[in-house]
Design a protein around this ligand. Structure first.
Ligand code: SAH
Length: 353
């Protein structure tokens, strides 16, 4: 899979203590070392030599079998609003983006789950070149570790809203969630994690059965199948009725409120009649609506709705008793806002490298 000489090595950041134990016994090593190694890796160390309570011999064996430092920062772009976009390179040279948002109450990070995306939403930059590959759990976690090390501060909130469709990479995303939530790892609670999906119904139900306390966000963006089909091809496979039924199932299984994301595009989906239809569809569902003025993506030509239409859209929903907020757009001056993340221009990277 890797283009480099390290092709046979596994990424250590993806190993939980159980998997480490299994590996250690295969090597004839003491299984209790698993906990020690896991703690070191989860501290974000970038060299095996930092494992001071592990023998030199075992460190050597680890270094022969595993890659530790799997994600590297190649560029930082600072926005005027303190949002920072990171271009990160994976071990095989693939490049992804992650975004750091600094708030008074803590640091939040938006991570990617795939290189590119194959969902094809018409308003989103991440999908322009299709999907190159899934990210491994170790690489999703690695994004957090390198950024945490870079700023010297803890990350407290995670949103899986970077490039890629998390539920299209289900197993690796689940492993990532287990690792990041682990008491001996970064120990970030599920309640501080939001997973956003374009609506893969079967996987939403599977996720519901895991009964995790994470927040599920649904990228809705339209209230009729006809309109949603034209914006989001995934709707042709899983229509609105089946999606909302899966959402009801999710709230039943987890007791968690769903967030619906609705990006307002001028003249496309922002009419008051659509707000009314949305309110009707969401009636009785434990949810919250997040309205997002669409961020321009050059290739697409969609315009954001006017402030007046956004406010009136919000008012219709609120009057119908649905809690609705308008998302403050961070990072749009550096193309780090929602839907602007893409497998970035290699040219701009090599200038810096
Ligand atoms: N694939 C997942 C997560 C990545 S997209 C998903 O679809 O939810 C993260 C959020 O940004 C989604 O709600 C997505 O619909 C939204 N988004 C995509 N392009 C956008 C744009 N140009 N402006 C505003 N939001 C956008």
């Amino acid at each position: 899979m890797y283009r480099t000489g390290e092709s046979m090595k596994k990424q250590l950041r993806g190993y939980d203590p159980g998997a480490l134990k299994a590996w250690l016994s295969e090597q004839g090593e003491k299984p209790f070392r698993a906990g020690q190694i896991f703690s070191w890796v989860q501290k974000g160390i970038s060299s095996f030599d930092e494992m001071s309570n592990i023998s030199k011999g075992l460190r050597q064996t680890l270094a022969e079998a595993f890659i530790l430092d799997n994600v590297k920062i190649i560029k930082r772009l600072d926005s005027q609003d303190k949002t920072r976009k990171y271009l990160l390179s994976m071990h095989d040279g693939e490049i992804i983006e992650a975004v750091l948002m600094r708030y008074k109450h803590g640091n939040s990070i938006c991570v990617s789950t795939q290189v590119g995306c194959r969902m094809g939403c018409s308003f989103c930059a991440s999908t322009l070149g299709g999907m190159t590959r899934n990210l491994e759990a170790a690489e999703i976690l690695g994004q957090i570790m390198v950024i945490q090390n870079d700023i010297g501060e803890r990350i407290s909130n995670i949103v899986l809203m970077g490039s890629g469709e998390p539920l299209d990479n289900y197993d690796e995303v689940m492993q990532f969630l287990r690792l990041v939530n682990h008491a001996d790892g970064l120990n970030i609670s599920m309640r501080h994690i939001t997973l956003s999906t374009c609506g893969l119904v079967d996987q939403i139900k599977r996720l519901a059965d895991e009964k995790l306390q994470l927040t599920l966000a649904i990228s809705l963006h339209a209230v009729s199948d006809e309109k949603r089909n034209s914006l989001m091809p995934v709707n042709k496979k899983y229509n609105l009725d089946s999606l909302l039924e899966a959402c009801r199932y999710y709230t039943k299984q987890t007791g968690r409120r769903i967030t619906f994301e609705y990006a307002l595009i001028q003249g496309e989906n922002d009419h008051a009649s659509e707000a009314k239809a949305l309110a009707k569809r969401l009636r009785g569902l434990l949810c919250h609506v997040n309205l997002i003025p669409i961020n321009p993506v050059e290739e697409r030509g969609y315009k954001a709705s006017s402030n007046a239409s956004i406010s009136s859209f919000q008012k219709v929903l609120k009057d119908a008793g649905i809690e609705t907020t308008i998302r403050r757009e961070l990072g749009s001056d550096i193309n780090a806002a929602c839907g602007q993340l893409r497998a970035q221009h290699i040219e701009s990277v090599s200038e810096d490298a």
